[in-house]
Design a protein around this ligand. Sequence first.
Ligand code: PEP
Ligand code: MN
Length: 269
Amino acid sequence: SDSYKLVSKKWKVRPTSIDLGDGVTIESGKFAIMTGPCSIEGEDQICQTIDHLKENGVKIMRGGVYKPRSSPYSFRGLGIEGLKQWHDAAKEAGIKIITEVMQVSQIEEMHDYVDIFQVGARNTQNFNLLDELGKVDKAVMIKRGISGSIDELLYSAEYVFSGGNEKLILCERGIRTYETASRNTMDLNAIPILKEKTHLPVVADPSHGIGIRHHVEAIALASIMAGADGVIYESHHVPERAYSDGQQTLNFQESKDLIRKMTEVYNLR
Ligand code: PEP
Ligand code: MN
């Protein structure tokens, strides 16, 4: 049949645990927090962010070095040199790295500096990229496509899983609808539906999901009650000066408050 199967609960009942080493896991029954800037901007920002993560017990840092930007004139990331600089600092601090890979040719050069390869919403159905990530011995987080259905996300996961890479995480990051009051429409429905259909961990991205800084907290907490195994959100020491997505990025005080509230809400579940 041409349906997905390996990622479904019909194939494997037990939840899949993603082991990143050093005791860091992403799995059902635990709660993973990933935060950091939209874009990696340089040494000062990297160090300030790592300090923020360490102070709050966060083990996974997000950040883009290859950025998919709507306009080619927007900042498009520091590339591999930025990733190497980030990796040096993160490794020293015992922090894991999640960052977006945009094309097949980047997989090899990025490989040794990455803990989780992120597939962005614009690449959810880049089947060549998914095929190649199926051969990689690193975790992969696939974001839901901008106008993608839940089933299409699961089919994308099936590409990677059937290629031999079972270290997969799914991410709901909002979809495009007719609504213009928010950047995207965060599909909270997708979280319990995905959790029912698949054994893979499901995380939420409230930053891209709503796109409005002072509403990120509400959507993050709602995602947890909806059953998310983790949350990935954008933070920066000075969001107003961020090179990208500052409008949806928390400052470190807001991030600290959110981490506390997320832990409380997770414990209610
Ligand atoms: C990002 O995480 O910064 C990003 C570009 O996300 P998405 O692919 O969901 O738009
Ligand atoms: Mn972003």
